[in-house]
Design a protein around this ligand. Structure first.
Ligand code: MG
Length: 250
């Protein structure tokens, strides 16, 4: 299914994934009322350079106008960092791909700025993150993509949140987007078979309203069509002989 990755390439993804996770741990501490999206983008850019990695979004592979996607409130994903200054209670999503030793890893998280999250905000974020881990836990060695998709979908359905179906997870490694697609809904036992050594990004996206998204005029930012609040969580994982390894965590 995927182009086979050598043990050295998988090890590079392990190291790159750890760097990404460390950058995210530091980024969480930078996110507070009064800081602008552009300031956070600059902070992430400096961290990537300092750690000897490359910001994939800024390369010719993507040509995104910034290092990291920052999507605030009704924006779901692919938001371009602006001079907007984050406020207490804003819901902000971060999505980042880095390259290390020629291999790419991809991860995302969503958080509430400050410490006054509403019940609805917490519900959406917790359900979306739970869906991510349910998808990861469905990998018990070789599985079909539909096994992962069905596990993600069940958590989101049970939580009664909107399931974003127009955007999907994907293989990742040599390039940012590889086969197979990993939808956030599907049937157990269906879809391509994942083999040990395959590396995929699982990325549930959900909303407090409808399921449809819209691309904004800037050509990048994707928002919920009905203006409802959206969230995304993502890890790059490695399928192993008898389970799974999360590459983008410390
Ligand atoms: Mg991704």
């Amino acid at each position: 299914m995927q182009k086979v990755k050598t043990p050295e390439e998988i090890q590079a993804m392990r190291e790159g994934g750890k760097i990404l996770a460390e950058i995210f741990a530091g980024l969480r501490k930078q996110v507070k009322p009064g800081v602008s999206e552009k300031e956070l983008d600059a902070w992430v850019e400096a961290e990537i350079k300092r750690r000897g990695a490359i910001a994939t979004y800024k390369t010719a592979e993507v040509n995104f106008p910034a290092v990291i996607c920052i999507s605030t409130n009704e924006q779901l994903v692919h938001g371009i960092p602006t001079d907007y200054v984050l406020q207490e209670g804003d819901v902000v999503g971060f999505d980042l791909v880095i390259e290390y030793k020629k291999m790419k890893t991809d991860s995302a998280f969503t958080m509430v700025v400050g410490n006054k999250a509403t019940g609805a905000q917490k519900h959406l974020l917790q359900a979306t993150e739970r869906a991510l881990y349910a998808g990861i836990d469905a990998i018990k060695g070789p599985v079909r993509v539909g096994d992962i998709s069905a596990a993600v979908e069940k958590v989101l359905k049970d939580a009664k949140v909107g399931i974003v179906r127009e955007l999907v997870g994907h293989g990742v490694g040599h390039t940012m987007h590889e086969a197979p697609e990993v939808p956030n809904y599907g049937k157990k036992g269906s879809g391509p078979l994942l083999a040990p050594g395959d590396t995929i990004a699982i990325e549930p996206m959900a909303s407090l309203g409808g399921e449809r998204v819209v691309v904004e005029d800037d050509g990048w930012t994707i928002s919920m069509r009905d203006g409802s609040l959206g969230a995304q969580f993502e890890h790059t994982v490695l399928v192993t002989e008898d389970g799974v390894e999360i590459l983008t965590q410390v």
